[in-house]
Design a protein around this ligand. Structure first.
Ligand SMILES: *Cc1c(COP(=O)(O)O)cnc(C)c1O
Length: 350
């Protein structure tokens, strides 16, 4: 069992680095290499992403998700535009205004929809609400896959949003901090749920999938990547030793011993741990499941005294995400025993 075992449900960024990402870093740590992305590892990682998505996309590696989202969104609009997001979107609630900052003030407008997902009709409602010059012109829709509430947009749902966006000449951005968990959950091809469904730009998450750090900004519409390298540099997101930001992707997107993509295998494990937790929780009447569990997190409403007792026993979990409730997040490294230990403790305290 690990040290700090009871941290394991706090977030998937509480987990360490998975072996495949770590080994790729070690392999990349061989002698000298060109800097700022002119190296072999950056080429290999970009090619691996192109192979994964089965298209000739343009790829940039940045340090974290806030930068990926903010810079990608800034590249999709002008300052007088607006970006349409779900009210619980990370872009709105957890990036300290970075999307507005990096886009020089583009306004983020909030949409509603059940279970953390945008309802496509909301896009139409907002676009039609005002068409005069006094209102910030809608230009981008941003969706999160998997969502902040642990749900997943189905293929049909992404396609419907893609169609609504196209109908109103809006660009479609996907915050894929947990894209691997979503793909593992749906079982579709990465291309089907991105560019083939109308996604222009994807922020592909690495850290929560098992890397030390790093997210990839993937432009399926290459015209939108115009001068994006300058945007990254100016924002302090151009790594000089880029090979170490790139190499883990080669490890993650490679095949595992089971013949599957490592990234999906790691994500599938996290999803399965959350599913196991859900199954146990269904037999505890005091634990109310708040949203459909479709990826690697489970949101519960628990009696306040039980929450306090769990925390007193050392369990760490968030209760400020989304629309409240206790969030239990699983990662590539969550173990069955940890799930069982949490469930046993909860049974004792309710
Ligand atoms: C974690 C996360 C990010 C990235 O956050 P950083 O801390 O900036 O890396 C982006 N979007 C979502 C939905 C996330 O959960």
């Amino acid at each position: 069992m690990h040290k700090n075992n009871k941290f394991c449900f706090a977030s998937d960024n509480y987990a360490g680095v998975c072996p495949e990402a770590w080994e790729a870093m070690i392999e990349a740590n061989e002698g000298f290499a060109r800097s700022y992305g002119d190296d072999e590892w950056t080429d290999r990682a970009s090619d691996a992403i192109r192979e994964t998505f089965e298209t000739d996309c343009q790829v940039f590696f940045v340090f974290n998700g806030t930068a990926a989202n903010s810079l990608a969104l800034a590249a999709l609009c002008h300052s007088y535009h607006s970006i349409l997001v779900h009210e619980t979107a990370h872009v709105e609630t957890d990036e300290c205004g970075a999307p507005e900052f990096f886009s020089n003030g583009t306004k983020v407008l909030l949409l509603h929809g059940a279970n953390g997902k945008i309802d496509p009709q909301e896009i139409e409602r907002l676009v039609r609400k005002r068409t005069d010059i006094h209102y910030p012109k809608p230009k981008v829709v941003s969706i999160t896959q998997a969502t902040e509430l642990g749900t997943v947009y189905s293929l049909g749902e992404v396609q419907a949003i893609g169609e609504a966006a196209r109908a109103y000449d809006l660009r479609l951005h996907m915050d894929g901090a947990r894209f691997a968990n979503a793909v593992a959950s749906i079982g579709c091809k990465p291309r089907e749920i991105t560019w083939q469904a109308g996604v222009d730009t994807l922020c592909l998450g690495g850290a929560k999938n098992g890397m030390a750090m790093g997210e990839a900004v993937v432009f399926f519409n290459k015209e939108l990547a115009h001068e994006f390298d300058y945007r990254c540099k100016q924002a302090g997101q151009l790594a000089s030793k880029m090979r170490f930001l790139a190499a883990p992707w080669v490890g993650m997107l490679g095949k595992s011993t089971l013949g599957q993509g490592v990234w999906l295998q790691r994500a599938r494990h996290a999803n399965e741990m959350a599913k196991l937790l859900e199954e146990h929780m269904r037999s505890i009447p005091q634990a109310k499941i708040l949203f459909p569990r479709q990826a690697n997190s489970l949101f519960l409403e628990l009696p306040p005294a039980a929450v306090e007792s769990l925390r007193a026993r050392g369990w760490v979990f968030y209760s400020f995400i989304g629309q409240g409730g206790c969030r239990f997040m699983c990662s590539w490294d969550t173990q069955t025993e940890q799930v069982e230990a949490l469930v046993a403790d909860l049974r004792e305290v309710v």
